[in-house]
Design a protein around this ligand. Structure first.
Ligand code: NAP
Length: 233
């Protein structure tokens, strides 16, 4: 995909990776709808700002109605999540944003993408699609679901020519409470957009995530030791 000619919509563009994605899309020449729950949180020049909450069906439908020229949908909005045996409302909230929210945005924009030649979907998943940081079971389950959803939708959207790229990363410099190797949010955004341009299925953004992914073919018992080794190397 040629981002220079694209019209992109980014969820959660008010801060973090989403803000960098919106800014870099504009730098690469795309028309950009930068969306956020609080539109006033978007401080970028040269973008169109839309109010957008991925868990609010009316808000999702209104954005899909307004941004009818989108051919690159960027699902970035996401929240953390604690243990599965902790607060059940918290587990549901994590799934509501990361899984159900992302799916409902894709369902709303799939016809828009079809109408604009197929286009592409970029979804920010995580290294947690493939393993669990202690204490973050709900987040890991949601990101595993996001990864699998992408694999399913790649098949379901193939006939309309929509490509799908998911991005997997360990942590950014903004991540709080996890002492793991990280990239800057700007570097993650760059790797993600390069992935869209080269139409890869998955961007494995860093060495840590590559190690996590390669561990899937091995006995899971060995992973905890490798995880510890990696972090203390
Ligand atoms: N940072 C990391 O280390 C890391 C690692 C792996 C994956 N990721 C993934 O990367 C993505 C961006 O993360 P980040 O680090 O940039 O996080 P962040 O700084 O916490 O930003 C999250 C963004 O999602 C938005 N959001 C949350 N709930 C929303 C909703 N219901 N509707 C619309 N927007 C909503 C937030 O908007 P508000 O400002 O309104 O809250 C915010 O813009 C997420 O999907 C995250 O899971 C991050």
């Amino acid at each position: 995909m040629d981002i220079n000619k694209a019209t992109a919509l980014v969820t959660g563009a008010g801060r973090g990776i989403g803000r960098h994605l919106a800014a870099q899309l504009a730098e690469r020449g795309a028309k950009v709808y930068a969306t956020a729950r609080r539109p006033e949180s978007i401080d970028l020049d040269g973008v169109e700002v839309l109010a957008f909450d991925v868990t609010d069906p009316d808000s999702v439908a209104a954005a899909a109605e307004q941004a009818r020229d989108v051919d690159l949908l960027v699902n970035n909005a996401g929240i953390g999540g604690g243990t599965l045996l902790g607060d059940l409302d918290g587990v549901r909230a994590t799934m509501d944003v990361n899984f159900w929210g992302t799916l409902s945005v894709i369902r709303a924009f799939a016809p828009v993408l079809a109408g604009n030649g197929g286009g592409a979907i970029l979804t920010i998943a995580s290294s947690a699609s493939w393993f669990v940081f202690p204490g973050t079971g709900a987040y890991a389950v949601s990101k595993a679901a996001v990864w699998s959803m992408g694999n399913a939708l790649r098949q379901e959207l193939a006939d309309q020519g929509t490509r799908l790229t998911s991005v997997h990363l360990g942590a950014t410099d903004m991540t709080k409470g996890l002492d793991v190797p990280n990239m800057t949010a700007a570097e993650v955004a760059r790797a993600a957009l390069d992935g869209v341009e080269s139409e890869v299925y998955e961007v494995v953004a860093d060495e840590f995530t590559a190690m996590v992914k390669s561990s899937l073919s091995q006995d899971p018992r060995h992973f905890a030791a490798r995880f510890h080794e990696f972090l203390t190397a």
